[in-house]
Ligand binder design. Structure first.
Ligand code: C2E
Ligand code: CA
Ligand code: CA
Length: 559
């Protein structure tokens, strides 16, 4: 399973790693690469192929180097772990450093670089105490406590043994996810939920038989490694029917989705095989018309592209490649009130990437917060530059991703930005999407209220895009409602939508909210919405988002 939190982990290309390891051999007695999840040594050929070697404890036979071993811990905490192990009268000092190897096909592979020295400082007693601990926890380190089948590490080892011991056979690695499991817990209770997971585990173990391996990777994710099947669809259908029988309910059917990786290269790490099967699964997860999909090269290309975006983002966030474009917000008379800040990624090639090329990817891997914080800083800085100039009265409106609520202390960051740049909170408008509020009503709502109490203007962005809009109006205490452009564009040619729009604007007014319409492209839309009572407009009809200098030119004539 690829670890997400890889921010501080050094990356080596397959060309660099052997050279780097050779240079380290001057200082250490043993330098090797270890796959902590499979507990095995790995090496990389000059051509960039991975090769799996012996189990990693074999060098000095520290009997149970698994769940508690240095590599495992270093891999999962992304830290350098040093420990001392004792064998055959010698003490080994092991440093385990997590790294990312970029393989020949550019896919990233997480493993550990182990730097081992022999030393005479025996800490034998401590070693034996720990060893006993490992031995007693041996079963737990490879088995899932709820279902009793293999856990992730157990599965990795089991699958590797299966593949290595039967090199002449073709194998499949399959990931399996239960759909809507939250509903199972909600409808039937948590203990039924657990019962179902145990039931699924049993079915998977039975179906994979004596020649296959089944494991639970956590939550509702299961993994299988089985022989190639004559009729895989039939095999999976049979499995799905057995799973469906675990719940008898006229209103709910228990279903699963499967992703399949055809093991052609037996030397790929099991974690990569599983990741690829999971990529296939993810591509159909929300599609009810199919229940399984094979991994394809296109999926890999997409993943590699996403990884590139992530790597480039990490190394370039603070290097000036990210800038803000401003899109004016004007009254119906054309007077400019402020602007929305929309981020742009200016590549060294001169190309400018629009946010839809990277925002979603950054949201998925939990990096959006660092981008947003940076953009908010740019906006606050811009406001400070406008102080005492003709643009002094303009506000800037910034976007807050729903994910920011998890990673950032939003209620704290905005006031400290105002302090840092000595600007008034009233100049910073904060756009929060309807989904952020709908998903986690209470916590996020409280954050919004704190911001309002501190003088910030809170806007609900993309209103009308989600499904729960009208109900939400009742609970929202935002200052501004921004009506989503798709909603507005639908209304141009649909009377019924127009009626709804009118009522929404009317309701917002009665709730003392200002209404901004976005995506205004035509004069007709402008006239229609201003008749319906909308106060402020944003859209290509007035201006596209433009660089700050161009915005200043635009604004000069409309203040
Ligand atoms: P959004 O917040 O709904 O921003 C409005 C988007 O609509 C902008 O796209 C803008 O260029 C586009 N737009 C404005 N007027 C019109 C129009 O008349 N017609 C059409 N067809 N489109 C119009 P952009 O700049 O590509 O941004 C897309 C989305 O990316 C934004 O949607 C927002 O959700 C997100 N985004 C942009 N900057 C940031 C940021 O700094 N942080 C976060 N978290 N998200 C951002
Ligand atoms: Ca917005
Ligand atoms: Ca919007």
């Amino acid at each position: 399973m690829t670890n997400e939190n890889t921010e501080h982990v050094k990356t080596y290309s397959y060309k660099e790693i052997n050279i780097a390891m050779d240079s380290m051999r001057v200082m250490f007695d043993i330098v090797r690469l270890v796959d902590a999840e499979e507990c095995r040594e790995v090496s990389v050929s000059a051509e960039g192929e991975l090769c799996f070697g012996k189990e990693c404890y074999a060098v000095w036979n520290a009997d149970h180097r698994c769940a508690n071993c240095t590599s495992f811990q270093a891999c999962h905490t992304h830290s350098k772990k040093t420990r001392v192990e004792y064998f055959n009268g010698k003490t080994f000092q092991i440093q385990s450093v997590p790294i990312i190897l970029t393989l020949k096909d550019e896919s990233p592979y997480c493993c550990n670089l182990e730097l081992i020295s022999f030393s005479d400082d025996a800490v034998e007693a401590a070693y034996h105490e720990e060893k006993t601990k490992w031995e007693t926890s041996g079963y737990l380190s490879t088995h899932d406590t709820l279902t009793g089948i293999l856990n992730w590490d157990g599965f990795c080892k089991g699958a590797r043994n299966l593949i290595s011991n039967n090199p002449e056979k073709k194998h499949l690695v399959i990931s399996a996810d239960v759909d809507n499991f939250r509903l199972v817990n909600t409808l039937f209770g948590n203990s039924k939920g657990n019962e179902v997971l145990i039931g699924i585990a049993k079915i998977l173990e039975e179906m994979s038989g004596s020649t296959g391996v089944a494991g639970r990777c956590g939550g509702v994710n299961f993994a299988l490694c089985i022989d190639e099947q004559d009729d895989l669809e039939k095999w999976l259908s049979e499995l799905s029917s057995k799973v469906a029988e675990l719940i008898y309910s006229p209103s709910f059917t228990l279903t699963m989705h499967f992703g399949i990786f055809d093991v052609e290269n037996q030397n790929l790490p099991i974690s990569i095989m599983y990741d690829r099967s999971y990529m296939a699964l993810e591509s159909i997860k929300t599609d009810e018309s199919v229940f399984y999909a094979y991994f394809t090269d296109e999926l890999l290309e997409k993943a590699v592209h996403e990884q590139k975006i992530i790597n480039e983002f990490k190394s370039n966030l603070k290097s000036g490649q990210f800038i803000i474009y401003l899109q004016p917000q004007v009254t119906k008379e054309g007077v400019i009130e402020g602007a929305e800040c929309l981020v742009r990624w200016c590549l060294p090639s001169g190309d400018i990437l629009p946010p839809m090329e990277f925002i979603e990817i950054l949201e998925q891997v939990g990096l959006i917060g660092s981008l947003d914080e940076y953009v908010w800083d740019l906006a606050a800085y811009q406001l400070s530059k406008w102080k005492g100039t003709e643009f002094d009265n303009l506000y800037l409106s910034v976007n807050v991703s729903p994910k920011d609520f998890y990673y950032l202390d939003i209620a704290e960051i905005f006031p400290s930005l105002c302090k840092k740049y000595d600007i008034s909170p009233s100049k910073l408008h904060i756009e929060i999407t309807e989904t952020a509020i709908a998903d986690e009503m209470s916590g996020n709502m409280a954050t919004m209220e704190k911001l309002q109490a501190n003088g910030f203007t809170v806007e609900i962005d993309d209103f009308g895009k989600g499904s729960s809009s009208l109900g939400l109006l009742k609970d929202l205490k935002a200052d501004v409602l921004k009506i989503d452009m798709r909603f507005i564009q639908r209304c141009s040619d649909d009377d019924r939508s127009n009626v709804i729009l009118e009522s929404v604007i009317d309701m917002a007014k009665k709730l003392h909210m200002e209404v901004i319409s976005e995506g205004i492209e035509t004069k007709d839309q402008l006239n229609n919405l201003s008749e319906l009572g909308c106060d402020v407009f944003q859209g290509f009809y007035f201006s596209r988002p433009i660089p700050v200098a161009a915005f200043e030119q635009y604004a000069k004539q409309r203040l």
